[in-house]
Ligand binder design. Sequence first.
Ligand SMILES: C[S@@+](CC[C@H](N)C(=O)[O-])C[C@H]1O[C@@H](n2cnc3c(N)ncnc32)[C@H](O)[C@@H]1O
Length: 365
Amino acid sequence: MLSTFNKPVRFDEFMQFALYHPQYGYYARGERIFGNDGDFVTAPELSPLFGQTIGIALREVLTRCGGVVYEFGAGTGQLACDVLHTAGDLISQYNIVDVSGGLKPVQLGRLLAQHGPDVAHKVRWLSTLPNDIHGVVLGNEVLDATPVRRFKWHGNGPLEAWVQRHNDELQWTWKPADPLFATTIQALHAAHGPWPEGYESEIAEQSAAWVSTITERLSGLVLMIDYGYHAAQYYHPSRNQGTLRATSRHTAHDDFLVKVGEQDLTAHVNFSGVFLALSSVGGELEGYSHQGEFLLAHGILDIAQQQPDFTHPVRGALMRQNLNTLLNEADMGEAFKVICWSKGIDAEGTALSRAFLTNDRSGDL
Ligand SMILES: C[S@@+](CC[C@H](N)C(=O)[O-])C[C@H]1O[C@@H](n2cnc3c(N)ncnc32)[C@H](O)[C@@H]1O
């Protein structure tokens, strides 16, 4: 497998291979990735309250989008189960689009176990991106799992990271950035520098392309949740090692080139880049806020209190602990952001757009 890298390959191609190669890629491992026994815990795995609150937030918008949902990167299917729990009566079709198609049996299993065949039959799996996306697009921790290009700042010309095999290990090779990439890096430096010599960071070209394509094909609304920053934080001179990280067994580290396909690789989302990409093709920003603010605005505490287990001494305590992790500023509450945009529909006056009015941080973008 390492022979793939006998010749140097650009870092984003390496990341694509390491995550998504159908045989050797990390996401070919299936369900073993998620949860306490896997490598990381995402919000839907942590608590059903996350997806149930999103379902509530989307109710009014769903009626304006024909009751159709497109969820990207659906993981174990838990977010789908929870959104269907609180908005299933308004959902006529729930489409799952995942580059790791191996997760379909896991997703179907969860849907059948939690909802039975009547609800599960609303769910369809799509292997390609539809040409027309009329509906609500949803994705949790998808953009951070998109390959990035990595650069190093040098006053006499920026460099780009490539990866090459030397004997039995992979090593970095730095090459002069091509003219187009160099121009992008220099523009970021002009806006957010000066950076020290050797400053490293990432540019999420593929993620921006994905946002533009989705928005071009959209008649509806997009809600994406992920960890990340706006550009001034992302490219702050002090963040001189970028945001790339490897994760294995709940431990994050920076040995990116080892255990290829056995560890997750992610980069934080540059939400200003997302905003730029959606605006360039006619998308209209509905709002940008911290995850904690978003969930509170849509009544997560009320939903929690309605759960039969909420006051149970053991199960209730765990539920409250997980709720706290979702909301707390020191945990996921602030590190994770919600960005929402629309095209071709009027979302004004819905609970979703009203809630953003009180928590909107789009001025940061
Ligand atoms: C970190 S997992 C998150 C899974 C799930 N959303 C959750 O919160 O538990 C990222 C998922 O996004 C999928 N993914 C990444 N890029 C994608 C794309 N362009 N289209 C569809 N799925 C994608 C990956 O295959 C993976 O299943």
